[in-house]
Each structure stands twice: as structure tokens, then as C-alpha cells.
Design a protein around this ligand. Structure first.
Ligand SMILES: NC(=O)c1ccc[n+]([C@@H]2O[C@H](COP(=O)([O-])OP(=O)(O)OC[C@H]3O[C@@H](n4cnc5c(N)ncnc54)[C@H](O)[C@@H]3O)[C@@H](O)[C@H]2O)c1
Length: 229
């Protein structure tokens, strides 16, 4: 049975990725710092903590004994004006969104190499575009995009590494307006399942010639030219 490790499976996109992989017959190990992670086996941990990640991957080596896919999805933001963003908040976002993938890739490389596995990272269209007051988040996602192609170069050909950059994905119960949907060239806001489908493809047998790539899954928003009248 193929084994996937997915981070942030207690909610949103990570939960949908874990559900998709489970439905596709994978054995899924789900990590989250919050309770409620889903998976065939779950652990509560902070993916930005070197000691916790090292111990968890050692346990994975013992319990599952193999790893075919690593999906680095867990992420946070700290959007606030630059001059009130503390170094601690900056470091917290970088640890969760960027350093975690370094820690997880380093700890799982031997297992992934043995299985000729795949790494998928979840960045954001904010790796390319910004609103004000999003420095930590944007920097972390730009870094994650670059880290992903570095991993592809270092770990290939045994391991492929690709990045998904989602646009607006509706993960909460908040209502959406007709205008929210209509502004997207695809005619709708995205769903967690849209991202899960791409992750499943990138960890599957039909994507064997794809590595170091970024897939923007945003309903066309970053291709839409906007002039203010
Ligand atoms: N929702 C969107 O529109 C959107 C758009 C672009 C990118 N993304 C990215 O997709 C990923 C998932 O986003 P989401 O919208 O599902 O968010 P979410 O908040 O619903 O889920 C994130 C999950 O990660 C977990 N998590 C956070 N920090 C952690 C840590 N240090 N250790 C372990 N688990 C931790 C949270 O507990 C949560 O369950 C994030 O990386 C996010 O930046 C989301």
C-alpha cells in the first residue's frame, strides 16, 4: 500500500487532501498541531519544530516503514502592518510555512528515495502577488516555491518535488457572493477538493515527467488583467 504523509489535516485544504488520498486507497499519516487531524494514523505536533518532526518521522519509519508521498500543506499567516509585525510573529510564519518543509524533506528523504516518491508543497498565488500587510506570509510562500525547485534538483531523479499555488479556496462556512465567484475567469471560487485533485495527480503515476514545477490553481485570477476605471 502506498503511504502518504500530509500536514495540516485537521481542516481546510489539508483535510481534503487527506480525504482524497484515503479515498484513492492510500495509507495516510496526518499531522496537525490542532486536534481533529484525519488519516489512517494521526499525530499532534508542530511541523516547524525540529525535535518534534525528527521524532515523528522516526516513528513513521518504525510504524509504516515506507513513504511514497510527502504533502507539506500546514500553513498560517500573520497579516498586520509592517511596523507592528514582531520578529517573533515573522519567525513563527516562516517556521510553519517554510522551515517545516525543509525539516520534513530532510527527515523523509531516505524513505522517499527508497520508494521513488514525491513531494508536494502548498504555496500560494501570494508567492507572486501581494496585498498590503502580508510580508511574512508572502515571503514564506515565495521561499517555499524556491525551496521546492531546489529539492527537485537535489533529490531527483529518485524523488520528484512540485508546488501547488492555490488562489482563493473556500475553506470556511462564510457565505460567498455572486461577485466573489464572477471575478474568477473560471466563474467560481475554488474548493479544497480542487487542490486535492492536483495533489493526487502530482503524487500519482501519470506525473512522472513533472518535477520542480509550480501549478497555479486559482480559477485564472492571476491571469486576469485589472484596470481601475
Ligand atoms: N485557503 C486559501 O484560500 C489558501 C490559498 C492559498 C494558499 N493556501 C495555503 O494552503 C494551506 C492550507 O490552508 P487552509 O486554508 O486549509 O488553512 P487552515 O487554517 O484551514 O488549515 C491549516 C491547518 O494547518 C494546521 N497547522 C498550522 N500550523 C501548524 C503547525 N505549526 N504544525 C502543524 N499543523 C499546523 C492548522 O491547525 C490547520 O488545521 C496553507 O499552507 C495555506 O497557506 C490557502
Amino acid at each position: 500500500m502506498r503511504v502518504a504523509l500530509v500536514t495540516g489535516t485537521a481542516s481546510g485544504i489539508g483535510r481534503a487532501i487527506a480525504a482524497r488520498f484515503l479515498a484513492d486507497g492510500w495509507h495516510v499519516v496526518g499531522y496537525d498541531r490542532a486536534p481533529g487531524a484525519i488519516g489512517s494514523r494521526t499525530e499532534t505536533l508542530d511541523v516547524g519544530d525540529e525535535v518534534q518532526v525528527g521524532a515523528a518521522i522516526a516513528r513513521l519509519g518504525t510504524s509504516e516503514g515506507r513513504l511514497d508521498a510527502l504533502v507539506c500543506n500546514a500553513g498560517i499567516s500573520a497579516n498586520k502592518p509592517l511596523e507592528s509585525l514582531s520578529l517573533g510573529e515573522w519567525n513563527g510564519v516562516l517556521a510553519t510555512n517554510l522551515t517545516s518543509t525543509f525539516l520534513l524533506a530532510r527527515a523523509t528523504a531516505a524513505l522517499l528515495r527508497a520508494a521513488k516518491g514525491s513531494i508536494v508543497t502548498i504555496a500560494s498565488t501570494r508567492a507572486h502577488q501581494s496585498e498590503p500587510d502580508t510580508e511574512a506570509y508572502a515571503a514564506s510562500k515565495g521561499g517555499l516555491l524556491a525551496l521546492t525547485h531546489a529539492l527537485a534538483a537535489s533529490l531527483g531523479p529518485a524523488i520528484r518535488a512540485n508546488c501547488i499555488s492555490p488562489g482563493w479556496i473556500h475553506t470556511r462556512d462564510t457565505p460567498l457572493s455572486a461577485a466573489d465567484h464572477a471575478q474568477h475567469p473560471a466563474g467560481r471560487v475554488g474548493t479544497p477538493e480542487d487542490i486535492a485533485a492536483m495533489a493526487a495527480f502530482l503524487c500519482g503515476p501519470e506525473s512522472g515527467f513533472i518535477t520542480g514545477a509550480e501549478f497555479i490553481v486559482d480559477g485564472g485570477m492571476t491571469r486576469r488583467m485589472i484596470y481601475v476605471p
